[in-house]
Design a protein around this ligand. Structure first.
Ligand code: ADP
Length: 309
């Protein structure tokens, strides 16, 4: 377990009869950026709040670098930087004033506060905004301040809850790049409902759905899951299903409309070339052939049906 910085064991949280998080166990490895992916209401924020010691679990435990969040909350919390979904900013302060308070709050030694503030601003591209009131900053820059306060004490682990929500596309790209940079120095958990965000930023992904972890794997595993064993194929002079099923490796054919088919194929087969050759030979008028990418919603359905953890 030397490489594990955060360890959650059988975490659950109920709100009345509603089970928001159900028996969630996982570890965060040193130096990795872990995506915590799930639709709205899946239990991401509730989990993040329990990981950071801001919400007591109904059951289970959280250990940060070996320190238990209940037995030794001070030590455990010191090692975490957290940006909650609702940014904890005092907007009437300047960036410098706010980050100085954040440094004090995180128990940075007085002699080191100025250096920590400069460092965090530098990493988050805020150095030229030092004297600006936070309320006068754009949404994207306010989010940078939120991230700066999370790294001000140079924590081992940085937890960011939906950090790109409400930003415009350019700001989103900038914040994602910033998270990647932060991931080089810290272990990061990024909670999000955006699948491409996980693919762009994270090393590993866990999918949570209705409070349950339904997937844990590398980004490559996730992409494989999405690509699946399907092709989307279009012919102007469409053959019959039977003719397509006769192609080696094809296991199932769904007719979408007059010209389009979803062709499923067996594990370890890729019949694309055979489809092209047969179509040319039989003059089926092939005009489209591409992997059929599964949407996030479809993945949730597949995963929850399989009940795979
Ligand atoms: P996510 O962050 O994935 O959108 P949340 O963790 O915020 O999901 O919510 C998970 C479930 O828990 C939802 O059904 C939500 O309504 C419920 N929930 C979250 N916080 C509270 C609360 N303070 N009181 C009652 N229900 C809550």
């Amino acid at each position: 377990m030397i490489n594990s910085t955060l360890h959650a064991r059988e975490l659950s949280r109920n709100f009345g009869n509603n089970i928001a998080v159900n028996d969630v166990s996982f570890s965060l490895q040193k130096g990795e950026v872990l995506g915590f992916l799930g639709p709205n209401g899946a239990g991401k924020s509730t989990t993040m709040r329990m990981l950071t010691g801001n919400l007591a679990p109904s059951n289970g435990s959280v250990k940060i670098c070996g320190h238990d969040m209940v037995d030794n909350p001070k030590k455990a919390k010191e090692m975490i930087g957290y940006l909650p979904e609702m940014r904890p900013l005092y907007k009437e302060l300047t960036v410098d004033e706010f980050l100085t308070i954040a440094a004090r709050f995180h128990k940075v030694q007085s002699s080191k506060i100025m250096r920590s503030v400069e460092n965090a601003k530098d990493k988050c591209g805020l150095s030229h905004m030092s004297k600006r009131l936070i309320e006068n900053l754009s949404n994207g820059y306010q989010q940078r301040v939120g991230i700066a306060q999370a790294i001000i004490h140079n924590p081992e682990i940085v937890i960011l809850d939906e950090p790109t929500v409400g930003l415009d596309p350019i700001q989103i790209r900038e914040i994602r790049n910033l998270i990647k940079e932060i991931g080089k120095k810290h272990s990061v958990i990024l909670s999000t409902h955006i699948l491409p965000e996980v693919e762009m930023v994270c090393d590993r992904v866990q999918i949570i759905n209705e409070g349950n972890l339904v997937f844990n794997g590398s980004i490559e595993d996730l992409k494989k899951q999405r690509r699946g064993n399907k092709l989307l194929v279009g012919f102007t002079k469409a053959p019959t299903k039977k003719e397509l099923l006769a192609i080696d490796g094809v296991s199932q054919v769904d007719k979408i409309d007059k010209t389009m088919f979803r062709i499923h194929f067996k594990e370890k087969y890729l019949p694309a070339e055979e489809i092209v050759i047969t179509s040319t030979k039989k003059k089926w008028g092939l005009f489209h052939i591409a992997p059929d990418i599964t949407s996030l919603e479809d993945i949730f359905v597949q995963l929850t049906q399989k009940e795979k953890v």
